[in-house]
Design a binder for this molecule. Structure first.
Ligand code: ADP
Length: 228
């Protein structure tokens, strides 16, 4: 369902030197598979998610998502594929402040080819326990509730793959497990593959498959071997 081949990404520094961030020979995730991605801060986890989502173009290599070679498309093409096949849950929720919970979830449907459906948006908000908060704007929701709206929005288009970048980093401890359960159970029910970045061992230990980025990213291995 998701295949990465020989992904390389580097950034130019202000002094003109290039700093290597990613060199990932391969990564494969099956349909509906759930994977935790762990690794020390700065090792390229967010960059890898951005490459998989088509937000960042790698310098070289192939990202194949649901049979489509994402990396062969222009930015506009990648935006369309992302809208169609991918959901993204951010650390910082990224909800639009001027819109209600229901509108935020509906906005998650705007760019996809599938028809917008307020019924699905309401169902999802019900699924995340917020059917009584449909018309509240983010500021009138707790942080746990805001992240639940963001999860509903990410699932609105029935994606093939959900990327979650430390989805509980900014959620109070009482609500963290609820968010994890919500994401994992919904992905399981809707046969959505899940790649979740987490710093928490408590969270990663719940997954059958754990990928350590320092093992699959050769740049990090080189840094360790070189002792830099
Ligand atoms: P992680 O998510 O594992 O903490 P990131 O993917 O955010 O790591 O960052 C990996 C490295 O790439 C960091 O050293 C960061 O400073 C660098 N980096 C990320 N984005 C850029 C950019 N746009 N320009 C230059 N360096 C960047």
């Amino acid at each position: 369902m998701l295949t990465l081949e020989n992904i390389k990404k580097s950034y130019a520094q202000p002094n003109g030197e290039r700093v290597e961030i990613l060199d990932v020979p391969s990564l494969h995730i099956e349909a509906a598979e759930q994977v935790a991605l762990i690794g020390p801060s700065g090792c390229g986890k967010s960059t890898l998610l951005h490459v998989i989502a088509g937000i960042t173009k790698p310098n070289s290599g192939l990202v194949k998502l649901d049979g489509v070679a994402l990396t062969r498309f222009s930015e506009a093409g990648r935006d369309r594929i992302r809208a169609d096949k991918l959901g993204y849950v951010f650390q910082t929720f990224n909800l639009l402040a001027g819109f209600s919970a229901l509108e935020n979830v509906m906005l998650g449907m705007t760019f996809a080819r599938k028809k917008r459906s307020s019924q699905r948006a309401k169902q999802l908000l019900d699924r995340v326990g917020l059917s009584h908060r449909l018309n509240n704007k983010p500021a009138a929701l707790s942080v746990g509730e805001q992240q639940r709206v963001a999860v509903a929005r990410a699932l609105a288009n029935q994606p093939k793959l959900l990327l979650a970048d430390e989805p509980t980093a900014n959620v109070d401890p009482q609500n963290q497990q609820q968010i994890i359960d919500l994401i994992r159970e919904t992905c399981d029910e809707e046969k959505i593959a899940l790649l979740m970045v987490t710093h928490s061992r408590e969270v990663s230990n719940q997954f059958d498959r754990i990928e350590k980025l320092e093992e699959i990213n050769l740049v990090v291995q080189n840094i360790r071997v070189g002792g830099v």
